[in-house]
Design a protein around this ligand. Structure first.
Ligand code: GAL
Length: 385
């Protein structure tokens, strides 16, 4: 169907001859041959990284159902966090005649070949949540304000430590507080935005001695967690505890960029004897931040184990992706609200950034339950139905 459409369009161009072409070819971001098609005749390939993290399952489901509601056919694929698998899935989407691609990359630097093939076939590409780097063939980027995520994580850490009050003002708590820093996967552009946003808030307090990082590991390369994996984070936390806290030094807070990483950190801490966060226990659990409001972590927040998370409403991200997809398929350009921040190494990609919200225990009801994101039963169970 859609493949035929494109072949027909290619045929039409060939029939008109070369005079009008002037060497333009594909690539100005418009799959114009789709503008007059029925949505039912168009297929959108959606490439998601993994099903091991529930946020990407929610993203995939939201994008698929919203595209289907708009009448499009959807080819949704998960790649098990395996780079070759994701490359093959995208190759296949292109050869099977996808009319547009929505991609959340595993390795943001590994898809240049696929994106070139997409551009050659005049298929618009929307980068979903994670920026695809090193390619001029990224047509649009839908994401959250990732620098603000990092700032919010650092602010939540400081609030949990009592360095900031609920209004964000400095208290007279002078510290020093011992903290450790975790970052995401270095092949994910977002990891740098989160870490840099956090350090924007934390560095002045490290410099003035309010915060101390006993391990000394303050570079993103030292703090990174390949593929954002829980087990990797757990094992780094164990190493940090053995290396820097065996002498009785007490850890007060951990900057964690993602709920899966937070759960790995918390497991390591509990195994090492850090107890529930009660003032009476000698080693209360440190303040641990997070991101994504994954259901297992929301339960931990409700139970007072994890301190906070950053909620990114994936329903809204899916909606932006669908809006952008429709615009391209109708021959228009999607509306960007940021045309400066996301340089992918080749060009600044026009982007639509969504706002984020910090969630502490007291916010679960108003932010997550009242909005219908989770039910109270799901939070109590720590899993979705
Ligand atoms: C990032 C994303 C985060 C988190 C992380 C691990 O790219 O922005 O929200 O999901 O991946 O999956």
């Amino acid at each position: 169907m859609s493949k035929k459409l494109r072949l027909a369009a290619i045929g039409a161009v060939a029939a008109v001859g070369l005079t009008a072409c002037g060497g333009g070819g594909a690539g100005s971001g418009g799959g114009n041959d789709t503008a007059n098609a029925n949505p039912e005749d168009l297929t959108i390939g959606v490439a998601m990284p993994t099903q091991t993290s529930e946020r990407w399952i929610a993203d995939g489901n939201n994008v698929k159902s919203q595209l289907e509601d708009a009448g499009y056919q959807v080819d949704l694929q998960y790649a098990n966090d395996d780079i070759p698998t994701q490359s093959q899935q995208i190759d296949q989407m292109i050869t099977e005649g996808a009319d547009l691609l929505i991609i959340a990359a595993i390795d943001g630097t590994a898809l240049s070949g696929q994106l070139q093939a997409a551009a050659d076939a005049n298929i618009p590409v929307i980068s979903y949540d994670r920026l695809i780097r090193d390619s001029e063939n990224v047509d649009f980027y839908v994401t959250f304000d990732n620098f603000a995520v990092g700032q919010a994580q650092a602010t939540a850490l400081l609030t949990g430590l009592g360095v900031l009050d609920a209004d964000g003002n400095r208290t007279d708590a002078a510290g020093p507080f011992n903290i450790e820093l975790f970052a995401g996967s270095l092949d994910d552009n977002n990891a740098f935005f989160f870490f840099n946003g956090a350090m924007d808030v934390l560095q002045p307090l490290i410099d003035d001695g309010t915060l101390v990082v006993p391990s000394g590991q303050t570079d993103i390369e030292q703090a990174a967690t390949l593929r954002w994996q829980q087990e990797t984070a757990q094992s780094r936390m164990e190493t940090l505890l053995t290396g820097s806290y065996n002498n009785g030094t007490v850890l007060n807070g951990v900057l964690s960029p993602y709920d899966g990483i937070s759960r790995g950190i918390i497991t390591a801490l509990q195994n090492a004897g850090y107890g529930p966060a009660l003032a009476s226990t000698p080693r209360p659990l440190p303040v641990v931040t997070g991101q994504d409001a994954e259901i297992a972590s929301v339960k931990l927040i409700q139970d007072g184990v994890q301190s906070s998370t950053i909620f990114k409403d994936t329903r809204n991200l899916a909606e932006q992706a669908v809006t952008a997809a429709k615009a391209f398929l109708e021959g228009d350009e999607p509306e960007a609200n940021d045309t400066e921040t996301y340089d992918n190494g080749v060009k600044v990609v026009p982007s639509y950034l969504l706002p984020v919200q910090t969630v502490y225990a007291a916010d679960i009801q108003s932010v997550l339950i009242d909005s219908g994101y989770y039910t109270q039963e799901e939070v109590d169970a720590g899993q979705t139905n």
